[in-house]
Design a protein around this ligand. Structure first.
Ligand SMILES: *[C@@H]1O[C@H](CO)[C@@H](O)[C@H](O)[C@H]1NC(C)=O
Ligand SMILES: *[C@@H]1O[C@H](CO)[C@@H](O)[C@H](O)[C@H]1NC(C)=O
Ligand SMILES: *[C@@H]1O[C@H](CO)[C@@H](O)[C@H](O)[C@H]1NC(C)=O
Ligand SMILES: *[C@@H]1O[C@H](CO)[C@@H](O)[C@H](O)[C@H]1NC(C)=O
Ligand SMILES: *[C@@H]1O[C@H](CO)[C@@H](O)[C@H](O)[C@H]1NC(C)=O
Ligand SMILES: *[C@@H]1O[C@H](CO)[C@@H](O)[C@H](O)[C@H]1NC(C)=O
Ligand SMILES: *[C@@H]1O[C@H](CO)[C@@H](O)[C@H](O)[C@H]1NC(C)=O
Ligand SMILES: *[C@@H]1O[C@H](CO)[C@@H](O)[C@H](O)[C@H]1NC(C)=O
Ligand SMILES: *[C@@H]1O[C@H](CO)[C@@H](O)[C@H](O)[C@H]1NC(C)=O
Ligand SMILES: *[C@@H]1O[C@H](CO)[C@@H](O)[C@H](O)[C@H]1NC(C)=O
Length: 442
């Protein structure tokens, strides 16, 4: 049967859309792989061997989401639902997200010699992740997130051929993987840029040599709930790392100085661990690309360093639920792109007026709940006209709120309780003009 070129064009356009979406999401320089996918429409059909591999995959599913309607042995598998081929008929992508698939992932997919993109996310697949997929010498993007895969992730057998693996993006997040997190496996994956292992139950430590073996890491999501031990110094070698999320684990110790060598970092989160130590380090200035810094839910102590003012790109700043103290530094006023300041549940003291909120025109959320702040509410805060949530409760603030409170016209949450404010009725009257106010605690 001859393929209708029009139909193929349409199919490819559709896929191009998917790919550009993925590209936007990763922003990880996987563009090269994607360009390969976007070659002109196929003119020949897939091989019997490829067809056989796909049918063996289908045979291991006990819920195939209707795939068998198009996955017919007698037809060209390039036309099957979810399959994309190159011009010469080589199967390059198997894209079956959210199809309601149940059953095991067959290792037979590992024999598709030209497969570059495998997306089985958002299904109900169980069993293990076949090593054949991890050790494939063609797969660049492997996404099996949001399934019920379990077992451990094994180290690659030493018999793995020495050819370089192409894997660039590995998403195994939101599964039931457990056991020791592998450390050696990454050595073979020198092209790996994004590893997302979040929402699993891996135990053990963050591998010490991550970036020695995979120098191209740009994204590491290790919110796997059960990692323990220290933050390895080796993460400082990740010179391309832009996103590091390792919150919600049991990590202990301090932030190693070497971490501040990872100067490409834009997103850094170690929230909800058991880290301690003072943050008053000049090294933090190295991370001047930071957009999000989240160290909430630890035991950090000491002051917010003045160096914070040099993080000009900072938008999200979370130090909530720690043991921080001292005054809020004026330098915070220099982080003019701030959207969120979350410093609740610490021991910050002194006057809030130190910070010039006039310099933070984008500020949307400011949470200073449960500290030891004193003095009056600074006039400058009323110029943050984009504020939607302001929590000042449980401090030692006093005085009246200004008439300019009415400037905060987007305010939807305001909490002032457990302070020593006067003339609150006046504040309430002013707030009557704030149409979007849904919660006020006084
Ligand atoms: C598909 O067809 C080929 C050739 O007709 C045959 O050899 C093979 O066994 C079939 N595969 C399946 C899974 O039925
Ligand atoms: C899997 O993880 C990658 C990298 O974090 C991400 O870009 C992708 O959107 C994730 N896939 C799903 C289905 O969420
Ligand atoms: C990792 O994947 C999860 C989906 O399971 C997603 O919500 C998360 O944003 C991804 N992490 C990063 C850093 O992209
Ligand atoms: C990494 O950080 C350490 C400690 O801060 C420092 O001594 C070392 O020179 C840094 N290495 C590089 C390559 O910048
Ligand atoms: C909190 O920080 C103070 C120093 O600012 C220190 O003396 C105290 O031990 C810390 N508490 C905890 C629980 O870490
Ligand atoms: C606060 O910043 C604004 C805008 O940059 C400036 O006009 C004002 O003088 C500053 N106020 C103080 C007290 O420094
Ligand atoms: C609260 O701040 C005041 C000074 O404003 C200080 O005297 C007091 O010790 C602080 N209390 C705590 C619990 O930090
Ligand atoms: C009020 O809230 C609605 C929806 O929550 C939003 O569309 C609207 O822009 C808000 N108006 C103001 C003045 O904040
Ligand atoms: C509250 O303010 C009043 C005067 O405005 C003062 O007499 C009182 O001691 C203050 N209470 C606290 C707990 O600071
Ligand atoms: C409360 O504030 C209003 C407006 O600023 C003022 O007119 C009034 O006198 C104040 N009341 C008290 C008791 O201070």
């Amino acid at each position: 049967m001859l393929a209708s070129p029009k139909k193929n064009m349409k199919k490819l356009q559709l896929h191009n859309k998917t790919y550009s979406k993925v590209l936007q999401m990763h922003c990880l320089g996987v563009a090269l792989v994607l360009m390969v996918f976007c070659l002109p429409s196929p003119t020949s059909s897939c091989t019997e061997q490829e067809k056989d591999s796909l049918l063996r995959f289908l045979a291991e599913l006990f819920q195939d989401g209707g795939l068998s309607a198009s996955w017919q042995n007698g037809t060209d598998c390039c036309k099957w639902e979810g399959i994309t081929c190159m011009q010469d008929g080589t199967v390059t992508a198997v894209l079956l997200p959210s199809k309601g698939l149940e059953g095991r992932i067959s290792q037979s997919l590992g024999t598709l010699a030209g497969l570059q993109y495998l997306d089985l996310s958002h299904n109900l697949l169980s069993g293990g992740l076949p090593l054949e997929l991890l050790s494939s010498s063609s797969i660049a993007i492997l996404d099996v997130s949001f399934n019920q895969l379990n077992g451990t992730l094994h180290e690659l057998p030493s018999s793995t051929p020495a050819r370089p693996l192409q894997l660039q993006v590995l998403n195994i997040s939101s599964n039931l993987f457990a056991g020791q997190f592998p450390s050696a496996i990454w050595k073979a994956m020198e092209n790996l840029a994004a590893l997302n292992a979040s929402s699993n139950s891996f135990t053990g430590r963050i591998p010490t040599q991550f970036c020695n073996s995979s120098p191209s890491f740009t994204l590491l999501d290790l919110r796997t709930k059960k990692f323990s031990g220290n933050i390895p110094q080796g993460l400082g070698d990740c010179s391309k790392l832009r996103v590091l999320r390792a919150g919600d684990n049991n990590l202990s110790g301090t932030l190693p100085d070497e971490l501040f060598n990872a100067t490409s970092l834009e997103y850094l989160s170690f929230a909800n661990n058991d880290l301690h130590g003072v943050l008053d380090t000049a090294n933090i200035v190295n991370l001047r690309n930071l957009i999000t810094l989240d160290l909430g839910g630890n035991r950090f102590s000491g002051k917010i360093p003045d160096y914070i003012g040099q993080l000009k790109r900072l938008e999200e700043f979370h130090l909530n639920n720690n043991n921080m103290s001292g005054e809020l530094p004026y330098a915070l006023s220099n982080c003019t792109n701030l959207l969120t300041i979350d410093l609740k549940s610490n021991h910050f003291s002194g006057e809030l007026t130190k910070v010039n909120f006039s310099n933070l025109p984008n500020l949307k959320t400011s949470d200073l709940y449960s500290n030891n702040l004193s003095g009056t509410v600074p006039e400058s805060i009323y110029s943050c006209s984009n504020l939607t949530a302001l929590r000042l409760s449980t401090n030692h603030l006093h005085g009246q709120l200004s008439l300019r409170l009415g400037n905060l016209k987007y305010l939807s949450f305001l909490s002032l309780s457990k302070n020593n404010f006067t003339n609150i009725t006046n504040a309430l009257q002013i707030l009557q003009s704030s149409k979007n106010l849904t919660a006020v605690f006084i």
